[in-house]
Design a protein around this ligand. Structure first.
Ligand SMILES: Cc1ncc(COP(=O)(O)O)c(C=O)c1O
Length: 397
């Protein structure tokens, strides 16, 4: 048997095991732009309640025009990393816009937030230091921490007593960095960044918040957790994505204290050894932040939509996780029920996905709904009516 034949059999067995465990992820095919109303490949039009398109920018005309303008004026690709010949004035402008939005000193762009998180720890910390990480942090933070030699501590999700214990245990190290997601994507809860910051002060630690699901959403004007907890300019490191609220294409960033950003430009591997963001993404990004500087109407609409939707779903009798973001987790507990319900909802014209183990803990299956500023009242009402109809049919409410 050749090496590959043996490996091929191993792969087939692995795939079969995933299927048998009911964990195989199928991809539904969309044949329209990303929006609140989308067309599936089979021609069916459905309302989308599961994208990260929080501010509705994914198919926004202004962003598309800005992207076209940047491409026409600055070309398609950069064919370089930033420090060779891949930095245009547009990249510097977008970095300045991001820093202004978050009230930070500087910002650095990456191809994705996965890269921002993957490239933030290793250049800054070494074996003498400590990283204290929430157990529910995003996979990219977990991977980034693995790439760094710092001593690792973990604390239970948003559990401040546990965080305090870990901080006490980490006192022997030189520098301490607490790291948390701003919004935990499966539940929609916001990390208690005020309490984390207070503990950081008490135990001489720094703080990093991944604002991927909170930027554009959390805080009165959507400036994220540092706005919500009145900590603008105080958190040492923020990371985030351009792939959710800010247009939904690709791109990530780290923003915060200027010396941190300066050292990342020198040593962060995904920045040094990966291509620059293309002008099309950067131009649209600049436009996005200009729009958000001019007006908060989208953030306000998103907040109003979320409040209305969650309130109505609770009144209808659904068990909803406490949320302070645009994520609304409808708890169903059983994996099969979450799949059956998502399937029936699609038949009713509502596109949502059931999440179950291992994405969420065993016995905690749910449907996660994500609201957008682009949802109109009629969309929300149609979704609530469909949930109510299917919920009754399946004996959930
Ligand atoms: C908390 C968090 N961090 C990082 C990422 C990765 O972002 P990107 O898609 O830009 O790589 C995500 C996306 O799922 C996320 O939810």
């Amino acid at each position: 048997m050749s090496a590959f034949l043996k490996f091929q059999k191993h792969l087939s067995d692995e795939l079969q095991a995933i299927r048998t465990a009911g964990l195989y992820k199928e991809e539904r095919i969309i044949a329209s732009p990303q929006s609140v109303s989308i067309r599936l490949k089979n021609g069916k039009e459905v309302l989308n309640f599961c994208s990260n398109n929080y501010l509705g920018f994914a198919d926004d005309k202004g962003l598309i025009e800005a992207a076209e303008k940047a491409m026409n004026e600055r070309g398609y690709g950069m064919s370089s990393v930033r420090f060779i010949c891949g930095t245009q004035d547009l990249h510097k402008e977008l970095e300045a816009s991001i820093a202004r939005f978050f009230g930070t000193e500087d910002a650095i762009l990456y191809a994705a937030c996965f890269d921002a998180n993957g490239g933030v720890f290793e250049p800054l910390l070494s074996e003498e230091d400590a990283i204290i990480s929430d157990v529910l942090n995003h996979a990219s933070i977990i991977d980034g921490v693995r790439l760094c030699k710092a001593v690792r501590y973990r604390y239970a999700n948003a559990d401040m007593e546990d965080l305090e214990n870990q901080l006490q245990a980490a006192q022997a190290q030189r520098f301490r960095l607490i790291v948390t997601d701003g919004v935990f994507s499966m539940d929609g809860n916001v990390a208690p960044v005020d309490k984390i910051y207070a503990l950081a002060q008490k135990y001489n630690a720094m703080v990093m918040v991944d604002e991927s699901h909170s930027a554009g959403v959390v805080g009165k004007t959507g400036r994220g957790t540092t706005e919500q907890f009145d900590l603008r300019g105080k958190i040492e490191i923020l990371t985030g994505t351009l792939g959710k609220a800010f247009g939904g294409a690709v791109g990530g960033f780290t923003t915060g204290k200027k010396e941190i950003i300066e050292l990342l430009r020198q040593r962060s591997r995904p920045y040094l050894f990966s291509n620059s963001l293309p002008p099309v993404v950067v131009g649209a990004g600049i436009h996005t932040f200009q729009r958000l500087e001019q007006s908060n109407v989208l953030q306000e609409k998103l907040h109003a939509n979320t409040e209305y939707f969650v309130g109505q779903m609770r009144s209808a009798g659904f068990d909803i996780k406490p949320t302070q973001s645009a994520i609304c987790a409808v708890m169903l507990y059983e994996a099969k029920l979450s799949q059956d319900m998502a399937f029936r909802l699609l038949e009713e014209g509502i596109y949502v996905i059931g999440f179950y183990f291992p994405v969420v803990p065993n016995g905690q299956a749910r449907i996660r709904i994500q609201l957008s500023a682009k949802h109109e009242q009629a969309h929300l009402d149609k979704c609530i009516a469909a949930f109510t109809k299917v919920g009754k049919e399946l004996g959930i409410i």
